[in-house]
Design a protein around this ligand. Structure first.
Ligand code: F6P
Length: 326
């Protein structure tokens, strides 16, 4: 894109494994194309408070395998105000940054969209979230690693569930989306997943109980998406204890361990491809788009589309889970 000489890069919102691989890819692709790169620390917060450092190729050496984000991250209330965004814009100008790559989830890309429109500023987003809840991309950076972490945890919980013949509700992250719960259940051979996407259609717990969980087994594992719509694992366990006292119920909430750890090969490759594509996007005169991957091809998804639409779950997966848990 004519007029772009220096790209700023930041990570924002919840960290996700693979963010470092994305930072590395953006930095190296930009330098390869003759552009300057500046790393902005602590997301939009660091943009306002001027925590900005020029990045050379060495700044991103030896980080592809690291979880978290070397740029740190934050959720920034000030950036939600026009004054905060005005400050951020003046800091960008002072540093000669004329385009931004924002790596983050729904909230971060919403902020990017508002800022880009307000200041006519070129921004490209990368979907960095374990939740996989951004529309227009088959998967997001960090999702595969989190899924593998969930699978490993459930494998371990299964040992004790089987030994004690217990029913376990395991709560996983995902904010308002059930991708981690549903695919985590399939990957770990769980009996069921309770997800927000179908919570309004059926009483998933009643359905499970009617089906006798898994008739052929005395222990069961149910993955529960953390959303208020599902009620969460604790509430479901309480309900079972009251209504079906014969079940020996336990709860495990996996929490933030799902966001940590070294990214899988899948996430490293995804982040590397997307990071390089973000720089290509600017060179192709694109702006205000999120980089996505559809059927293994890089696509540009306008911010409005990526943020506004609810990404649908694949109902075939629900059916597969049901068929395999008899
Ligand atoms: O969006 C990523 C995510 O890990 C969600 O799955 C979860 O609901 C949320 O962030 C937790 O946020 P925090 O770390 O701020 O508590």
């Amino acid at each position: 894109m004519p007029g772009i000489n220096c790209i700023g890069i930041l990570t924002s919102g919840g960290d996700a494994p693979g963010m470092n691989a994305a930072i590395r890819a953006v930095t190296r692709s930009a330098i390869y194309s003759g552009l300057k790169v500046k790393g902005i620390y602590r997301g939009y917060k660091g943009l306002i408070t001027d925590e900005i450092v020029e990045f050379k190729t060495q700044n991103v050496s030896n980080i592809i395998q690291m979880g978290g984000t070397i740029l740190k991250t934050a959720r920034c209330k000030e950036f939600e105000t026009p004054e905060g965004r005005r400050l951020a814009y003046s800091v960008l100008k002072e540093h000669g940054i004329d385009a931004l790559v924002v790596i983050g989830g729904d909230g971060s890309l919403t902020g990017a969209r508002i800022f880009a429109t307000e200041f006519n500023f070129p921004i490209v987003g990368l979907p960095g979230t374990i939740d996989n809840d951004l529309y227009g991309t088959d998967t997001t950076i960090g999702y595969d690693t989190a899924l593998n972490t969930i699978m490993e945890c459930v494998d371990k919980i299964r040992d004790t569930a089987t030994s004690h013949e217990r029913l376990f509700f395991i709560e996983v992250m995902g904010r308002d989306a059930g991708f981690l719960a549903l695919n985590g259940a399939i990957a770990s051979g769980a009996e069921a997943a309770i997800i927000p996407e179908i919570s309004t259609e059926v009483d998933q717990l009643a359905e499970l109980i009617q089906n006798g969980f898994r008739k052929s087994k005395n222990s069961s594992i149910v993955l529960v998406a953390e959303s208020p719509v599902t009620g969460g694992a604790m509430a479901l366990a309480e309900r079972v204890k009251k209504e079906y006292p014969t079940y020996d119920v336990r709860v495990s909430i996996l929490g933030h361990l799902q966001r940590g750890g070294s990214p899988t090969a899948h996430d490293r490759i995804l982040a590397s491809r997307m990071g390089a594509a973000a720089v290509d996007a600017f060179l192709d005169d694109q702006r205000n788009v999120m980089i996505g991957v559809k059927n293994d091809e890089i696509v540009y998804v306008p911010f409005a589309k990526a943020i506004k639409n609810d990404k649908p779950i694949n109902r075939d997966l629900l059916n597969t889970l049901r068929r395999l848990s008899i």
